[in-house]
Design a protein around this ligand. Structure first.
Ligand SMILES: [Mg+2]
Length: 367
């Protein structure tokens, strides 16, 4: 892959509503668009940490610095032969998974375009449609939570995930069950509980949840195994599943039934695909989670979620659900709970240059 030019564009787009989880709140979405130019084609990736301490240690600023100072110089000095080479070039740099995902996924888009196939097919996926789940944050009141779910269910989502934390779990769940009956329901605690809460977490069995995601701190695989042994609700790991050795250990310890694979958190599509292979072999189901990312990051998760073991398969939602605008054209749309992937090669979406110009924070070109 001959690299002619790489362009970084940092954009910041307001959210349609504040997004609050157990460890932070955001009102704007930052993302770094990575464009890799090669012999007349451009592959796009997105490095997408949230600002502040929301979800990850990486921030838009740290990802930008890593891309500019560490990753891009490596790619300008050598021409990787393929995706494995791309990953090998980055592997001496520790951490920085979100920064690596930004550039690695651009190479996947480029490679799929060179092969003239959609990214989903290049990854080995068989489906052209992906079922989408609705995710909602923590609200100041249960009434606002119920109104938000009701408003967004109009798009046909068949499944709802609500964020929980100590003091915001049993009551909102009871009200959601009361208002929406037997809808497929799951919860995500983003590490908010401790082992002292295990009996309380077991009481969530009463709500017939599809899964409880990451109830305990990310390093506490044993604690998750204890909860799994004592409760009926399937356990999903998200923040814990940072790399393949950790997932293998979680499987050995029987810490989880399900893994939420996030392309950003694992540093790109090759790692995501390999993590899925490990899970599939151990008969652990996976799904493709979002934080959410803007359109390019979201679309990559959609393509990944066409793989067979993605049983749930994603909570990438419509562009308009979270963002006042998006960097892709057309926007991601959900119809009757389903997103249909485009048939074009690579990501299959064009860039929305109007939105990128409007919401641009900074841009830099590298040759
Ligand atoms: Mg999660």
């Amino acid at each position: 892959m001959k690299i002619d030019q790489i362009i970084l564009t940092h954009v910041r787009i307001p959210l349609t509503e504040p997004f609050k989880i157990s460890n932070g709140e955001i009102t704007e979405k930052d993302a770094i668009l990575v464009g890799v130019h090669s012999e007349g084609l451009i592959g796009y990736g997105e490095s997408s940490p949230m600002s502040g301490s929301f979800y990850s240690e990486e921030t838009p600023e740290s990802a930008w610095d890593c891309l500019v100072g560490e990753l891009i110089p490596r790619f300008l000095q050598s021409h990787p032969a393929g995706i494995v080479d791309v990953n090998n070039l980055m592997s001496p740099i520790p951490g920085n998974a979100f920064a690596k995902a930004g550039i690695e996924t651009a190479f996947w888009d480029l490679a799929a375009q060179q092969e003239n196939v959609p990214l989903s097919k290049y990854l080995g996926g068989k489906r052209s449609q992906v079922e989408s789940g609705l995710a909602v944050g923590i609200f100041p009141s249960i009434k606002e939570l119920l109104l938000s779910i009701e408003k967004h269910l109009i798009e046909g989502y068949k499944r709802v995930k609500i964020k929980i934390q100590p003091g915001w779990d049993v009551k909102p769940l009871a009200e959601v069950r009361c208002m929406f009956g037997s809808i497929q329901l799951m919860v995500d605690a983003n590490c908010a509980y401790t082992r002292e809460d295990l009996p309380h977490l077991r009481s969530l069995d009463d709500f017939d949840l599809m899964m409880i995601e990451q109830p305990l701190p990310k390093d506490d695989l044993e604690g998750h195994a204890r909860l799994r042994a004592m409760s009926r609700t399937p356990i999903c790991l998200d923040e814990s599943a940072k790399d393949i050795p950790t997932v293998q250990r979680a499987i050995e310890l029987k810490s989880c039934d399900i893994i939420n694979i996030k392309i950003q958190r694992v540093g790109g599509l090759l790692n995501a695909k390999r993590m899925n292979d490990v899970c599939a072999q151990a008969r652990v189901s996976v799904w493709g989670g979002t934080m959410p990312e803007l359109g390019i990051g979201g679309v990559q998760t959609l393509h990944l979620s066409t793989l067979a073991n993605f049983s749930y398969p994603t909570d990438v939602e419509s562009s308009k659900r979270w963002f006042v605008d998006d960097i892709i054209d057309p926007f991601i749309e959900v119809h009757d709970g389903v997103i249909t992937l485009p048939e074009g090669k690579g990501n299959g979406y064009s860039l929305n240059t109007r939105a990128i110009e409007r919401y641009k924070v900074r841009e830099q070109q590298f040759r």
